[in-house]
Design a protein around this ligand. Structure first.
Ligand code: NAD
Length: 323
């Protein structure tokens, strides 16, 4: 395993992080034991960075992670979040965040959270994030409940604007650096590099699109994106490999991000993904896949309040007419 410093923090994170969305059954139901075995396999092979949220499985992910990490706390760094508590449930008020941190500490069975992030900041006004939520996290940091502060979300421009206005330790962006979309590189990397902000690349499999099984039904991406991924998966098989392998090899080549979070459901997925560290994608296959994906590359969808949408975001109506 290789490790990189997360921005200017003293968190030395593994270049593959464990995305604990699947521990909340976001990608199909798994048993407590399956999840625990995946976590333990990850730790055994050097993964030290775990990302969860009370939103994942409506607290199930945090609870399972807390159980699985019993006895391992000193070996790992825990990132969790607050502000989002359901598909349409958001509360970034200081009162709720203070309570949320206490609840997460209990579920995670720890007395400090290494990285506490505001979850999906595009769903409330930028003003509330900057004037209420982030200052509240600063106070919680001073009290020793959390060590570092981050923001997460989908619209890159909003993440950049918030980080330019209020100093944060890290930004977690998802579905914006992988085979289907690389816009993180232009929008966030220059700022992160200049200001020493930690950069976390999540959903390098585009939330399941870049897998043999395909994305779950709740996926917000338009149908042509799924179709391009299916075609790419067929070609990958012709090269005796699979779409997940080349997708992860591609994402892991980016040294401008400090860690790439991958949602892993099973011990087998952990082993498969860790075996890819230090391997390069087959260049001929990569070129063929990139050709297929060119017409759907860098598509953004709407997320959050309209005022926070990416400027080029596709509306739900456009998505339906294409599907
Ligand atoms: P992902 O792109 O990592 O895809 C996860 C899917 O890929 C799951 O179905 C998993 O079973 C499958 N998979 C993983 N390895 C595989 C393999 N070797 N073979 C076949 N299938 C494989 O999506 P994600 O889990 O949503 O993103 C990663 C993590 O990033 C999340 O778990 C979460 O921690 C974080 N995240 C945060 C936010 C946010 O804060 N707003 C948003 C998205 C993701």
């Amino acid at each position: 395993m290789y490790y990189r410093q997360l921005g200017k923090t003293d968190l030395n994170v593994s270049i593959i992080g464990f995305g604990a969305g699947p521990l909340g059954n976001a990608y199909g139901e798994i048993s407590d034991d399956t999840g625990k075995q995946a976590v333990h396999a990850a730790i055994d092979h050097g993964i030290n960075f775990f990302d969860t949220s009370p939103y994942y499985g409506l607290t199930l992910s945090e609870t399972r992670l807390g159980h699985a990490l019993k006895g391992y706390r000193q070996k790992v760094l825990i990132a969790t979040k607050g502000g989002r508590y359901g598909i349409d449930v958001f509360d970034f008020s200081a009162t709720r965040l203070i309570r949320s941190v206490e609840e997460s500490l209990q579920r995670l069975q720890t007395d400090v959270i290494d990285l506490y992030q505001l979850h999906d900041v595009e769903f409330v006004s930028k003003q509330q994030i900057i004037e209420e939520a982030l200052p509240c996290l600063e106070r919680l940091r001073k009290q020793g409940k959390i060590r570092y502060i981050g923001i997460t979300g989908y619209p890159l421009h909003l993440l950049r604007d918030v980080a330019m206005t209020f100093p944060v330790d890290s930004i977690l962006s998802y579905c914006h650096y992988n085979l289907l979309n690389t816009t993180l590189q232009d929008v966030l990397v220059p700022l992160a590099t200049k200001d020493g902000i930690g950069l976390i690349n999540a959903s390098s499999l585009h939330m399941g699109v870049l897998t043999e099984q395909g994305a779950p039904p709740w996926h917000p991406g338009p149908e042509p994106v799924h179709e391009a991924a299916r075609q790419a998966a067929t070609i990958a098989r012709e090269y005796d490999t699979d779409i997940t392998t080349i997708a992860l090899q591609f994402a892991l080549q980016n040294k401008d991000v400090n860690t790439t979070l991958v949602g892993m459901r099973t011990e087998a997925e952990v082993h498969q993904n860790l075996a890819l560290i230090g391997t390069a994608p087959d260049q001929e296959l990569l070129a063929r896949i990139q050709e297929i994906m060119a017409p759907v590359k860098d598509i953004n969808w709407e997320s959050g309040l309209p005022e926070n949408y990416e400027p080029d975001a596709q509306s739900q109506r456009e998505k339906d007419s294409e599907g």
